[in-house]
Design a protein around this ligand. Structure first.
Ligand code: ZN
Length: 450
């Protein structure tokens, strides 16, 4: 297959290597060549005239189940703790198999339609009260859509204080049960081979409130023994810092460092409230950040020092986070917000469109330990987003390559390809019945609201 006539290509790589031009040849799901290429006899040709090409985008933090909990009125103006209590903690026990499948389908369809080819889902609802396996439900939906899924198996061994009163407490499990379940999940779904569509990660919900401090070393040792990555939430709000300083006498990153929770096989969502020494420690250990600017804005949590960490060579990626705290699981809109928020605070050169694209592509691949995705170069997986600059908001651009980031709005994808397979064509997902998804969503929301 030959992708030709594009206005330009962003490779995902840093610096000067970000921009290139020409055609892209895809063979056996992999990029065979980029540059001045002529079609070979019998080769399928994809016309990218009027389009710009990016690597498929990578979202490194999400909670798919929340996609039927958007815009909950009681929590729309609450910060993290009140929001947690009013949304996920209020609704979790009503997420049945249908609600979970519908939520996952909404979220993954949104991601695909914004040019995303790999998604990490942090799922932390596991309870004996469920008569289904959440991992099975979510992997099935991902498989039907063809997206690469990294399933971060969450959970807790202790509850938070607002678990009490009239709410059904969030499920907790004993540590050995959690670790055994992750091992079983990995045996079933974790494919470590390059180009894998299905991976599993060990992901307790937070090291602060979901685990006993004495369990942290065992958790990271188990992840490394099982050859799985470790993911969690950290320093999303000041509460993390206050809690760690008062209980452990240290800031969160220094505290988890004592428990071996740093390294290139670990990444955390948010990392908003960091001091300079924490940024340096994260960067020097290669510990990853899933930067979620839209969710952090929505909950009033602050702006993570992603730019400072990136300047030190740290591993920065972007994540949309769950739809209950960011109604739009849209990586184009996430990139646009990222580009804006840092500049609003720190000046017009704080973060460039190229930085944001690098974080959303190669940065995501680094954080997920997937060197074969996130960049466009010979030998890489053919995960390719071809954005049509066909809306009036794109007209008049002097530098069309940055248009998807700077002009924002919903993407218009001419094609999206994952491992050489077309998963979006002319802004639609072949085989996905949007009318049915809309009515399924309305039915699930009516049931949850009741
Ligand atoms: Zn989260």
């Amino acid at each position: 297959m030959l992708i030709e006539n594009a206005m330009g290509i962003f490779t995902g790589m840093a610096g000067e290597a970000m921009r290139t031009r020409g055609a892209i040849r895809v063979r056996d799901g992999v990029i065979a060549a980029i540059g001045r290429l002529q079609a070979e006899p019998g080769e399928q040709r994809l016309d990218a005239c009027g389009c710009v090409i990016y690597p498929g985008l990578i979202s490194t933090h999400h909670h798919l189940f929340q996609s039927v909990m958007k815009g909950v009125r009681t929590a729309i103006n609450l910060p993290l703790a009140g929001w947690l209590r009013s949304v996920p903690y209020t609704y979790w026990s009503h997420i049945d198999e249908e609600a979970l499948a519908v939520a996952a389908r909404i979220a993954l369809a949104e991601l695909l339609l914004s040019g995303t080819t790999t998604a990490a889902d942090h799922h932390y609802l596991f309870s004996d009260s469920f008569r289904f396996d959440p991992a099975h439900v979510i992997f099935e939906v991902a498989r039907s859509l063809g997206i690469r899924l990294v399933f971060c198996r969450g959970g807790a061994t202790k509850g938070r204080h607002f678990d009490t009163d009239e709410l059904v407490p969030m499920p907790v499990e004993r540590l050995e049960h959690m670790l055994k379940s992750v091992e079983v999940c990995a045996q079933r779904f974790h494919d470590a081979s390059p180009g894998s569509l299905s991976q599993v990660v060990l992901a307790p919900t937070t090291p602060t409130w979901s685990l006993e401090a004495g369990e942290l070393k065992e958790v990271i040792a188990s992840a490394r023994r099982m050859k799985l990555r470790l993911h969690s939430h950290l320093s999303e709000t000041h509460e993390y810092v206050d809690f760690c300083l008062s209980v452990h006498g240290k800031r969160p990153v220094h505290w988890i460092a004592e428990h071996n929770w740093l390294g290139p096989d670990v990444w955390f969502a948010h990392l908003v409230h960091l001091d300079d020494s924490e940024v340096r420690l994260l960067a020097s250990t290669g510990t990853g950040m899933a930067h979620c600017p839209q969710s952090n804005c929505r909950l009033g949590s602050g702006v993570a020092p992603a730019d400072a960490m990136a300047r030190l060579g740290g591993a920065v990626s972007l994540g949309v986070d769950g739809a209950a705290s960011n109604e739009s699981a849209d990586m184009i809109s996430e990139m646009h917000s990222c580009w804006h928020t840092h500049r609003a605070l720190k000046g017009a050169d704080a973060v460039t469109a190229e930085d944001v694209v690098h974080w959303a592509t190669a940065g995501g691949a680094r954080v997920l330990g997937r060197p074969e995705i996130g960049t466009l170069a010979p030998g890489q997986q053919a995960d390719i987003a071809i954005f049509d600059l066909d809306q009036p908001r794109h007209f008049g651009m002097h530098d069309p390559l940055i248009a998807p980031v700077t002009c924002a709005g919903s993407a218009s994808l001419r094609y999206l390809m994952i491992g050489g397979r077309l998963v979006v064509e002319n802004g639609a997902i072949p085989g996905l019945d949007i009318a049915k998804l809309r009515s399924d969503a309305a039915r699930v929301v009516a049931k949850l609201a009741a």
